[in-house]
Design a binder for this molecule. Structure first.
Ligand code: ADP
Ligand code: GLC
Length: 492
């Protein structure tokens, strides 16, 4: 197999900084590509929370040209992705990244300088390749935060010998966030105003960084087959569907995997007991421990979990609308999440109203998310849209049957229960509204109480599913080869 040099550029990566599944993908996929023999490296910001003392500082500072602002100099720290020899580089620029959170302040308002912060990261990724004398065959960017790099490759660096053999791939994890900024950002991007047109960078008279990536990447991927089709439509394209359709022949859908070093009920380091498909007694213990931890009575009733960013995408408004009806059933619900500020107050009030049935933790707590996945019986994920979604996959591997709205990756990765045959690994509904949600939860609860045989068979089946990254990593490998083929033939 041909060994490729691959640079991943992204805004977050587990375990260093995480707000969602993007970090999980960045923390896992490079390791699996490394196992295929490639020289993969990752670059991301050095946020305030990342401890520099455990990293190695590169001797020379890195110069990053920022157009009209001039050249800015930053430090670069080097570390390794855990359980691997994959190098990860942290771009250290205090003024941009020395903050507690990644994208926005406590009230959820995006930082005012997000344009410069992420253009800087994208340009730093390019400059870093030169500084390290790392000649990438593939520049792999993720979402709008680094998609300016796809643009840089075909403009500023088009004739740069260092990138002569380089093609680029953009992975779309979420089309809703596009990085839209005032047109003056063109002066910072410094690629020439001739690119500020509707076919490339411009959208509604503004710079749209995701669009720049879509129009300049050699190949594009979306994080599930279903989502790769959905983003061609107005409902899920968020205004970029027409642009996306111009690239439909260069677009692949590749389902994310699960990093089984992190998410495995047999070995999970965050759990006090372990279990597998043949013996779920550990899971029963973990359920009782979770009830205790969350302050719920230790009763043998269906325990339903929600772990989520509490935003509209995740259908949190529909959960809020149905919560009183849901809690009429003899069940318990635990919720862990943070997001839109109203949800923090709302679910806090629900907890006070139903202390024996509902418990929530507002905040981000990775170890607790593992304990919840393991201790619950069911996992509720009624996403309005879901590019891939990881929690429904984690849930299945933990024998915690997902209840999902059949969108995007949820449609691709959950097989709905069939009462006649007992087949399935979860409960799926279409048409996102409170009535359908309550009915489907009712169906799952009814199955838990009255069809224990089917419920347990589904748990076993779910736990034996193969969501390993190995398969997807091989598909990315094919995607890279295709990108190189097209770049070589001048097809892009
Ligand atoms: P998204 O990336 O859209 O948020 P995913 O399902 O792909 O959705 O990934 C979410 C990831 O973030 C999962 O690893 C999930 O466990 C984690 N997560 C979300 N909210 C929290 C939270 N409040 N505390 C800990 N982990 C969380
Ligand atoms: C995004 C999507 C989510 C996906 C994750 C990782 O955050 O919302 O569905 O699983 O990226 O690709």
């Amino acid at each position: 197999m041909e060994k490729l040099n691959i640079l991943f550029a992204a805004s977050e990566c587990h375990p260093f900084a995480k707000t969602g599944g993007l970090a999980d993908v960045l923390g896992a996929l490079p390791k699996y590509l490394r196992e295929l023999g490639h020289d993969v490296r990752v670059v991301m910001p050095r946020y305030y929370g990342i401890d520099r003392t455990k990293l190695q500082k590169l001797p020379a500072p890195l110069g990053v040209p920022m157009g009209i602002i001039g050249e800015m100099w930053c430090g670069v720290y080097e570390g390794r992705l855990p359980d691997s020899d994959v190098p990860i580089y942290f771009v250290d620029y205090e003024l941009f990244y020395g903050r507690e959170s990644l994208y926005s302040d406590e009230s959820g308002i995006g930082f005012i300088d997000n344009d410069n912060r992420f253009v800087f990261l994208s340009r730093a990724a390019m400059q870093l390749c030169k500084a390290l004398n790392f000649r990438p065959h593939i520049l792999h960017t993720h979402d709008w935060h680094t998609s300016a790099a796809n643009l840089f490759l075909t403009t500023i660096y088009a004739n740069d010998e260092h990138f002569a053999r380089c093609a680029s791939v953009l992975t779309i994890h979420n089309m809703q966030y596009q990085g839209e900024f005032y047109s003056g950002l063109m002066n910072v991007l410094d690629v020439g105003w001739e690119h500020f047109n509707f076919r490339e960078v411009e959208m509604d008279d503004r710079v749209n960084l995701l669009k720049a990536g879509i129009t300049h990447a050699t190949m594009i991927s979306a994080v599930s087959p279903r989502y790769s089709q959905e983003i061609l439509t107005p409902e899920f394209g968020y205004g970029l569907e027409a642009t996306m359709r111009t690239r439909a022949n260069d677009l692949w859908g590749i389902l994310n995997g699960v990093d089984t070093l992190e998410w495995n009920p047999k070995t999970d380091r965050h759990l006090s007991a372990h279990y597998d498909a043949d013996d779920l007694s550990g899971k029963a213990k973990l359920k009782r421990a979770l009830q205790k931890e969350m302050g719920l009575p230790r009763r043998d009733v269906p325990l339903i979990a929600v772990v989520s960013r509490l935003v509209r995408q995740k259908g949190v408004d529909v959960i809020a609308e149905s919560i009183h009806d849901l809690l009429k059933m003899d069940i318990q619900i635990v919720l862990l999440g943070s997001g839109e500020v109203w949800t923090h107050f709302y679910f806090g009030d629900i907890m006070r109203l139903y202390p024996k049935r509902f418990a929530c933790r507002i905040g981000f707590d990775a170890p607790l998310s593992h304990r919840i996945e393991a201790g619950a019986d069911l996992f509720l994920m009624p996403s309005r849209f879901e590019p891939c979604g990881l929690n429904q996959m984690y849930s299945q591997l933990y024998g915690t049957l997902p209840i999902v709205h059949g969108a995007g990756g949820l449609e691709d990765s959950v097989q709905s229960y069939d009462e006649k045959t007992g087949e399935g690994t979860g409960f799926k509904f279409y048409g996102l509204n409170a009535k359908n949600l309550v009915n489907t939860v009712g169906w799952a609860v009814h199955t838990w109480y009255n069809r224990k045989d089917h419920f347990q068979a589904m748990q076993k089946r779910a736990m034996n599913l193969d969501y390993g990254w190995e398969r997807s990593a091989k598909t990315y490998d094919l995607l890279y080869k295709e990108a190189l083929r097209r770049a070589k033939k001048g097809l892009f």
